[in-house]
Design a protein around this ligand. Structure first.
Ligand code: HEC
Length: 210
């Protein structure tokens, strides 16, 4: 029931003092506009291959981040991070490190998830689009922090490997409304691919730590 209906009922019952704040009116207008915009996108975008219009449906985390323009207040931020902590699935075999050489290939590849990509071919992580990782690769983006020397600086302790795995699996569990894709949660990378990327960050022999 919206505030107008409530006011009408209140008026009908002769209840005095039905005050509607400007904030409530603005919030209702915003919600109506968002619904209208979503409806417009749903009718104008078309499913093509694996790129389906279902991608427009936001989960609770995405909806909250949209609502607060990626800058939620502390309590909402904590709520998002706590929720996403519960959504992270760590490997059943307890092993977090795979093969760093395979991890480097995942970090280099930006292929996957577009309508023109074969959904059977494993997707890449495109880590270099946002992070520096090795000295050898000079072409990288800087939306994210440099991960060069990640293991060397943080140490090779199991808790750090667990943090790296969890972060790559679901960045929202550590920083609400992060720009980093939720690679495990959104099924972009497989468990083995994430292990390989964790090895890239955490293996002392990896070029990340040389
Ligand atoms: C679209 C950009 C983007 C991509 C792609 C991306 N990241 Fe990130 N990443 C970020 C941003 C931004 C941060 C810092 C904010 C945060 O912590 O969420 C970050 C943070 C991290 C951190 C935490 C760093 C620290 O100092 O604690 C790790 C680890 C990481 N990314 C690994 C990866 C790996 C591995 C990949 C590839 C599988 C990857 N990222 C792909 C944007 C990205």
């Amino acid at each position: 029931m919206n505030h107008k209906t409530i006011c009408l009922i209140a008026a009908a019952l002769m209840v005095a003092g039905c005050a509607v704040t400007a904030e409530q009116v603005a919030a209702e207008k915003e919600a109506a506009n968002s619904q209208a915009a979503l409806g417009m996108m749903k009718t104008s975008f078309k499913t093509r291959g694996q790129a389906s219009v279902d991608r427009l449906n936001q989960d609770e985390t995405q909806a909250l981040c949209s609502q607060y323009r990626d800058n939620p207040p502390k309590n909402i931020r904590e709520k998002i991070e706590a929720l996403n902590q519960t959504l992270t699935v760590f490997p059943a075999d307890g092993k977090l490190l795979g093969d760093w050489k395979e991890g480097e290939k995942v970090a280099q590849s930006g292929v996957g998830k577009q309508f023109s990509d074969n959904p059977e071919t494993p997707a890449g992580g495109n880590c270099y689009a946002c992070h520096q990782l090795t000295k050898a690769e000079v072409s990288y983006g800087n939306i994210g922090p440099s991960l060069y020397n990640f293991g060397k600086v943080r140490g090779y302790a199991p808790e750090i490997a667990k943090y790296a795995y969890g972060k790559i699996y679901n960045a929202e569990a550590y920083s609400a409304c992060s720009n980093m894709p939720r690679f495990g949660h959104s099924k972009i990378l497989t468990e083995q691919q994430i292990k390989n990327v964790v090895a890239l960050l955490m293996d002392p022999e990896s070029p990340v730590n040389k």
